[in-house]
Design a binder for this molecule. Structure first.
Ligand code: KIV
Length: 289
């Protein structure tokens, strides 16, 4: 380790420390929360810095989402993300040693080929430090979910607007608005939810569906539902970290920015640039004698 520049410790006090968790969140704890009608919170993170911060804020689950492809890599959708990349980001987040449960997203192409492929990919994310994996799909993924849970890897399902189905959906489109049993239709999504539950998943993300459908699914399944763009009647809510922090390029109807870090980052960088240019940085107190 380079000891020439010892770090000064950052302040850890803030107004919200009362939400901090002191006990590791586990699969049984998530089930207990649903049984006790305690809302579950999940947020994405892709590195140790933000994983530590969201953990300190007391979030229940950190999702290392394949949204990394859009948020950090600048892709239009999540399809290009591969398993090596997810393994890398899970490893970074796991180093936070969070109280929050860490869920690793299985990227497109890492589980659709066969249940065996899905088990092998899940094992890689678990060895990198995940405590559970997430995958997209309902009825068509039931055997795959069952195979993963059979080797004691907890699975979080994900139905509705499943971003890896980008090309079938014709973009990131709200699902469940039409009746029927075709993929993405209302009755099919109810079947999907039942299939995910019966296959052994411990929870299920409902993304981009009408709020009344999300409410119906939440009453019909016994595992917790975690919504994004699915209304307030789910058992929990998930958002992408960069949306919450106001770091994203776009705003979305289903998301909320609780901060404006874009402005903060630009202002801080502008101040640095200005001080270097006018010679006020570094000053004597930040120099060595
Ligand atoms: O990859 C991701 O961030 C997700 C959430 C939006 C649920 O799947």
């Amino acid at each position: 380790m380079n000891t020439s520049f010892p770090p000064t410790s950052a302040s850890t006090t803030n107004a919200h420390t009362t939400t901090e968790r002191h006990v590791k969140v586990t699969v049984p704890e998530i089930a207990r929360m649903r049984a006790n009608h305690e809302r579950i919170t999940m947020i994405t993170a892709y590195d140790v810095t933000f994983a530590r911060l969201v953990d300190r804020a007391g979030v229940d689950i950190i999702l290392v989402g394949d949204s990394v492809g859009m948020v950090l890599q600048g892709e239009d959708n999540t399809i290009p993300v591969d398993l090596d990349e997810m393994e890398y980001h899970v490893r970074l987040v796991a180093r936070a040693r969070s109280m929050a449960m860490v869920v690793g997203d299985l990227p497109f192409g890492s589980y659709q080929v066969s249940p065996q492929q899905a088990v092998e990919s899940s094992i890689r994310l678990m060895k990198a430090g995940a405590q559970a994996v997430k995958l997209e799909g309902g009825v068509s993924m039931a055997d795959t979910i069952a195979a993963i849970t059979r080797v004691d890897i907890p699975v979080m399902g994900h139905i509705g607007l499943t971003p890896q189905s980008y090309h079938r959906m014709g973009g990131h489109k709200v699902q469940g608005r039409q009746n029927g049993f075709d993929a993405g239709n209302r009755e099919r999504l109810i079947e999907d939810a039942h299939a995910v539950e019966q296959a052994g998943a411990f929870s299920i993300v409902l993304e981009g569906i009408p709020l009344d459908l999300a409410a119906e699914i939440t009453t019909k399944v016994s595992i917790p539902t975690i919504g994004i763009g699915a209304g307030a009647d789910c058992d929990g809510q998930v958002l992408v970290l960069h949306d919450v922090l106001g770091l994203s390029d776009h705003t979305f109807k289903f998301a909320k920015s609780y901060a404006d870090l874009r402005s903060t980052v630009v202002a801080a960088t502008q101040a640095f640039v200005a001080e270097v240019r006018d010679g006020t940085w570094p000053d004597d107190s930040h120099s060595f004698h």
